[in-house]
Design a binder for this molecule. Structure first.
Ligand code: SF4
Length: 326
């Protein structure tokens, strides 16, 4: 197993809290471990376990309502750090990676040496590697900064798909970033900081400067926004997951787009995917208010143009595209 799933500590907590009914919530990448974890908890902590089968993309997506419907005393949510203040018993298991990252950093050095100073960041799965990587880079003469934890983030240097505040705070002091995580996080980091990003993806064994790929994505974003300028019927999607419900934002976007002459409808949904888009064939273009990067990360999956809130503001004429993408 390449993840630290902390079963022993979960069992201790369950035994000491007299919990009887547990809901396991795992991202799809960890679901293959679901039955093994359930078996162990049932045997050692003497609890009834239900494995939640729906997708889970982030800490914004805690199965609060499902737990209530199922009479659950404790949710065990894997793969993320806490993001929401919920009145529920929740154990967060970060599922840290056990992969050796320093081996890959050595291979990334030729890409990093041209930058005098580098900001270092990681997703929570790889956050344990930050200190070792920092020392390694310093030993090779690279100045390294790690942004202090803030916003929704629990650790120094941590990034989330929708929170890069640790990196934004140091962006003006570094020439580039080294991110240990996935391409989607590297893409988000490059967009919000506008600094070059070198990615180390330990699971894919990928080491790359993402600039060329990011340029392609940004060119596509500009094309999509230009296309939407001429469309008239817009759907604004309101996410129903606990951390994705941004009703006021959705209503504000509706007002602004309506003032810009668009015919706008509000649509609520728990799962936001291509099927949702296909269900409304008469709508020309969608805006997702739920997750700021979903339209970008999943762009290739949608059968129609799908915009971020910022891009919708550009369509409404209240923001310039250069402000968003530089
Ligand atoms: S809102 Fe989007 S980026 Fe943020 S945690 Fe949820 S899925 Fe990830």
């Amino acid at each position: 197993m390449t993840y630290e799933l902390e079963q022993e500590s979960i069992i201790k907590t369950l035994l000491s809290s007299k919990v009887k009914n547990v809901l396991l919530q795992l991202p799809d990448g960890l679901k293959p471990y679901g039955t093994k974890i359930a078996e162990e908890l049932q045997r050692k902590a003497r609890v009834t376990v239900i494995i939640h089968g729906d997708p889970c993309y982030g800490a914004c997506d805690v199965a609060r309502d499902e737990a209530k419907a199922l009479g659950i005393d404790m949710i065990i949510h894997f793969g993320h750090t806490p993001m929401l203040k919920l009145k529920r018993n929740i154990i967060y298991v970060e599922a840290r990676s056990k992969l050796n990252v320093t081996r890959l950093v050595a291979k990334a050095l030729p890409l990093l040496k041209k930058y005098g100073s580098v900001g270092l960041a990681a997703t929570v799965q790889h956050i344990s590697a930050i200190n070792k990587v920092k020392l390694l880079l310093k030993a090779h003469g690279i100045k390294v900064l790690v942004g202090k934890r803030q916003g929704l983030l629990k650790y120094d240097g941590q990034v989330l798909g929708c929170d890069f505040s640790t990196c934004i705070s140091i962006a003006s002091k570094v020439s580039a970033f080294l991110l240990i995580g996935s391409f989607t996080h590297a893409l988000g980091l490059r967009i919000v900081t506008r600094k070059p990003v070198v990615l180390i993806d330990p699971y894919q064994e990928v080491i790359e400067d993402v600039e060329l790929k990011v340029k392609k994505v940004l060119a596509k974003r500009l094309y999509i926004v230009q296309k939407c300028l001429g469309l008239s019927k817009f759907g604004i999607v309101i996410g129903l997951k606990p951390g994705q419900l941004h009703l006021e934002l959705a209503k504000r976007l509706k007002d602004l787009l309506s003032k810009a002459g668009k015919n706008v409808f509000l649509i609520s949904a728990r799962e936001i995917n291509s099927q949702l888009i296909l269900n409304f064939p008469d709508i020309d273009c969608f805006v997702i208010s739920a997750c700021p990067f979903l339209p970008i990360y999943d762009a290739d999956l949608y059968p129609k143009p799908v915009l971020t809130p910022n891009e919708a503001l550009a369509i409404a004429g209240v923001k310039k595209l250069e402000e968003i993408y530089g």
